[in-house]
Design a protein around this ligand. Structure first.
Ligand code: ADP
Ligand code: ZN
Ligand code: ZN
Length: 731
């Protein structure tokens, strides 16, 4: 018989490096069953803190005189699934971050607002009882709560706290004075969708073969399956079919999509197929709604969860499958906090821990993923044709330098203008993509070359017509556009680069017969705006949709027969090792929006660098050709997937940030790290952000650096150190 597990290892809920380790506690007799994943109250120094049980052991690793006892359980059942506790531990090691932060991803959202008991189906609802009470003048939070309640006299506590920017304690004190009442009520908000006709077609041979392979892996080795399928080849249909089988076996599935692909179109398809037992986690949900969904999932009342990045942690009790659609998407990388995880990797680990299957899908797999598939780590499935033998669109590349030479000063080439002209009064539609990832229209003095920059961040400012001001895109700074150059007083300050607003204006001038909608960060700021614009377009209320990257992903509008790409190559000049790959992916994806219905599609790509291989391969729909050229280049330079990159970013006051970066460099050299594998320390390309100076080191290695980096010099109150394993951006 093995020794009884009488000591609990607890992580306290303080996101501080110094206490981010496991503390042992004894288990008092009144707790008769304690599991990994339980939330507990523990004594910690002079304080009492919440914590999470992450291990149980029979061995005491501290002096027995120091051993203290858990005070009590905070919920009757464990709040974090044991497999997710394991996953959090793995993430901490892999990404060299805080375990307390990794565990946070596994908790119900907003659990720091009102308390919900595990397994309860009730939530706290606040009702206004006395609309005009006497409040002390300084009770501003209480006043905000009342203001919100006067608009809406019954609200969920979690929503109220967020809208009034108050704390739960504020509600409690209003309750104690009889001004509001807080009651527990059963409240289910459900997700709505428009039923779409569920097509009854037969899968084609390639789709059948894909399903066969997925089934084979699910029952056997459970290697991740990568579906490389051209746009509109029926990938989503395969997901739907395999999920149906997973559900029939009593298991649940997670479907991860990039946030901007979480459109009504996606939800409608899953809703129609799986009915009420789906859960959709998108960013527009209120905290209360998120909270609701989390508990439904936890209780096993949901078969399919659809969501963006963080849905990979959804607490389904019996996971059978994770689908990662558009697996190459950059938004799957967490770019904040200390645990900068890659969703695909986390999904694979989670499935490995519980014996579930991973399915990756894309028309343009990330180079790393395709490489892994060719090496046999993933099982590769190819869908080479569009459904119903529809052709891929014809792609024409226009050389904008020639257009300029021939006197065309418009943002539209002759070919694109002719194309747009030809859809007038035909019921057909067009999408225009303005590619400006990482680029802004900046303001430059034509006499002295001075560029207007943000005083805090040192990045160029962008002119916004809406409020006639210059905006910084990295901090809240705004300023009026000066009349004269601040450096040389010349009056030839000029804006460079075009924005979506100018494209819409140009369309209005040059093709006034066309009705136009705009989809970008500005027009989608309001809740629901994104979906409303897409709905208007799908109902044919406009013929042209102009937008940024948002229009490139996942949209399925059968009447779109023309796609135009303005300035295809801007991103090519970006200082980034993946700029060719991103350009190829973007062009292929946006081209995939054309000709999805019965009418064949056309694509016009405008470029200043029309011979670049990213553009030529996108023109020929040639993924493999692109892969071969790009992989050769990566091999030559020792870039991923051949060697690993790790980035260490130090930010703070100028001298201290630089000193910290040098200290880390010395630490690495002292521990045997080769000098030629350390790039830097240098100021980062964005050398100043929000008033902090930024220095970085980029490391190349053939193995995981986690053990080494765990002991490296850490953040202090002055300088923040961020470790980014397999970074996407080096800005
Ligand atoms: P993808 O995810 O690869 O872009 P979808 O699964 O969205 O492709 O399929 C594109 C369209 O074709 C959808 O409207 C879908 O319902 C339809 N479709 C999928 N498979 C078939 C098939 N075998 N026969 C006919 N239509 C199909
Ligand atoms: Zn000037
Ligand atoms: Zn700024």
């Amino acid at each position: 018989m093995s020794a009884p597990l009488i000591y609990a290892g607890v992580i306290v809920d303080l996101k501080v490096e110094a206490v981010d380790r496991i503390f042992q506690y004894s288990i008092p007799p009144e707790i008769d069953s304690l599991s990994v994943g339980h939330r507990v109250l523990v004594p910690f120094g002079p304080r009492r803190l919440e914590g999470y049980v992450v291990q149980l052991s029979s061995q005491l690793e501290i002096e027995s005189s120091q051993l203290r006892s858990i005070i009590r359980l905070l919920d009757p059942a464990p709040i974090i699934l044991p497999s997710l506790v394991e996953l959090a531990k793995w993430m901490r090691n892999r990404y060299v971050g805080l375990l307390s932060e990794a565990l946070q991803y596994m908790l119900p959202p907003g659990s720091r607002y009102g308390r919900e008991r595990v397994g309860a189906k009730y939530q706290q609802v606040v009702t206004l009882k006395k609309p005009n009470p006497d409040l002390r003048p300084q009770a501003t939070a209480q006043k905000r709560v009342l203001e919100v309640l006067k608009q809406n006299p019954r609200l969920l506590a979690a929503d109220l706290v967020e809208q009034a920017q108050a704390r739960y304690g504020t509600l409690k004190s209003l309750e104690s004075r009889g001004i509001i009442s807080i009651t527990s009520e059963r409240l289910e908000r459900t997700i709505s969708w428009d039923a779409v006709p569920d097509p009854s077609f037969k899968l084609n041979l390639e789709q059948e073969e894909a399903l066969r392979v997925i089934r084979e892996e699910r029952e056997g080795q459970k290697r991740p399956v990568l579906i490389h399928g051209v746009t509109s080849s029926g990938k989503t249909e395969i997901y739907l079919q395999i999920i149906k089988e997973v559900i029939e076996q009593g298991q649940q599935a997670l479907v991860l999509v990039p946030e901007i692909a979480l459109t009504p179109q996606t939800v409608n398809r899953f809703g129609t197929r799986f009915g009420r037992r789906i859960s959709v986690l998108h960013s527009a949900l209120s905290p209360g709604e998120r909270f609701d969904q989390w508990w439904k999932i936890y209780r096993g009342e949901v078969d399919v969860v659809i969501g963006a990045r963080s849905a990979v942690f959804a607490p389904v009790p019996n996971l059978g499958l994770i689908v990662l659609d558009e697996e190459h998407e950059g938004s799957y990388k967490q770019e904040e906090g200390t645990v900068r995880y890659q969703t695909g990797e986390v999904a694979i680990k989670r499935c490995e821990l519980v014996g579930a299957q991973v399915l990756l899908g894309s028309a343009t797999p990330a180079l790393e993923s395709y490489h892994r598939a060719l090496q046999g780590h993933y099982r590769l499935v190819q869908l080479t044709k569009r459904v119903e033998k529809r052709p891929l669109p014809a792609v024409e590349v226009v050389d904008m330098r020639q257009e300029f030479e021939q006197g065309n000063r418009s943002v539209f080439s002759k070919a694109l203008k002719t194309g747009l002209d030809s859809i007038v009064n035909t019921g057909k539609q067009a999408i225009i993509l303005l590619n400006r990832r990482g680029f802004s229209s900046f303001v430059l003095c034509r006499e002295c070359g001075h560029v207007l920059r943000c005083p805090n961040c040192h990045v160029s400012l962008t002119y916004h017509r809406a409020d006639d001001r210059l905006h910084c895109h990295y901090c809240p700074h705004k300023e009026p556009l000066p009349n004269l150059c601040p450096q040389c007083a010349s009056k030839y300050l000029r804006q460079f680069g075009v924005g979506t607003e100018q494209v819409v204006e140009a369309l209005g001038r040059e093709l006034p017969q066309l009705k136009v909608l705009r989809l970008d960060a500005d027009t989608t700021r309001r809740k629901g705006a994104h979906n409303r614009i897409l709905k208007q377009f799908s109902q044919g209320q406009a013929q042209v949709l102009v937008g940024t990257q948002m229009v490139a992903k996942g949209l399925d509008f059968p009447n779109v027969t023309l796609v135009g790409v303005l300035s295809a190559d801007l991103a090519l000049n970006f200082p980034d090792l993946r700029s060719s790959e991103r350009t190829f992916q973007l062009l292929t994806q946006v081209a995939g929006r054309s000709g999805r219905g019965r009418h064949p599609g056309k694509v016009i790509i405008q470029s200043y660098e029309p011979r670049h291989f990213s553009i030529l391969c996108a023109q020929k729909h040639d993924y493999l050709g692109f892969y071969r050229q790009e992989i050769t280049f990566r091999r030559g330079l020792g870039y991923p997937p051949f060697r690993r990159l790790t980035r260490i970013l130090c930010s703070g006051p100028e001298k201290e940030a630089a000193a910290k970066a040098k200290k880390i460099q010395h630490y690495l050299l002292d521990n045997g790290f080769a000098e030629e594998d350390i790039l830097g320390p240098h100021p980062a390309p964005l050398s100043r952000l929000q008033g902090r100076f930024r220095w970085h080191l980029v490391l190349k290695s053939d193995f995981s650096l986690s053990p080494l980096l765990r002991k490296a010099p850490k953040s202090t109150s002055e300088v923040r150190v961020i470790i980014d394993v397999d970074p996407l951006f080096l800005l």
